[in-house]
Structures are given as C-alpha cells and as structure tokens.
Design a protein around this ligand. Sequence first.
Ligand code: FES
Length: 146
Amino acid sequence: MALYSEKVMDHFRNPRNVGVIEDADGVGEVGNAKCGDIMKIYLKIDHDIITDVKFETFGCGSAIASSSMATELIKGKPVSEALSLTNKAVVEALDGLPKHKLHCSVLAEEAIKSALKNYYDKNGIEYDHHIFPDCENCGHCCSTDS
Ligand code: FES
C-alpha cells in the first residue's frame, strides 16, 4: 500500500484555500517545536459562520494536506463546529496519514483553535478557557512526533 492516500497527495499537490485574509476576524499561528513547521490560519466570520478561511503553511506535505483538508472541513460551518474539529477527523477525511505523520494533523487542529481564540479575544466574547490548548506548556505536538 502506498504510504500516502490519494487524498493526501491531491491536497498536497492542489492545496485548497491557500493564502491570506487581510481583514481576518481571527488569525492563529502554531508551530511544532520539533520539526520546526509553522501553520497560520485566517478566518472570516459572519454571524457565527465561517464564511472564508485561508492558510499559510511552512511545512511538510502532510502538514499542507492537513491544513487544506481542515480548511475545507470548516468552511461555511458554524464556529462551534470548527471548535470541535479534531485532528482525527482531519486524518479520516484524508483517508489516513502514516503514524509518524499524525502530529502534522494536530498542527491543523491547533491552528484553527488558535484562530478561533483570537476571534473570541478580539471581540470580547466569553469562552471556557479549557477548550483551548495551552500550547506553550503542553508539548503535545512535540510528544506525538516520533
Ligand atoms: Fe512538521 Fe509535518 S513534519 S508538521
């Protein structure tokens, strides 16, 4: 079996939603300390719906495919749905990632959460702080790397 699914290769070769939103309502950037890859997500939100989303990823092919798929999964969806997007859902939508590449999908989940947190903070919207990962102290992305 090929190491990467056709969907991964497709999203890697033709990534959807690449770019920048200048007047974004929320921007999130996360990095994986171990591999050095960086992902940035821009969100446009109108009446609680994600009307547009773009990403810039400086990273491996799996990180690019994960960002592309993750943006497709949240586009046009309510904020609450984007908040509950897991890296597992991204991996499933990509028809799988090799085990040693799962951390790349974690980056996508965290970049989206970080952009949503930025949106909440900017707009003074109350939220439960536990729903967002404490990236500085958790080490999750690094610990899943192998
Ligand atoms: Fe760094 Fe994939 S190797 S995100």
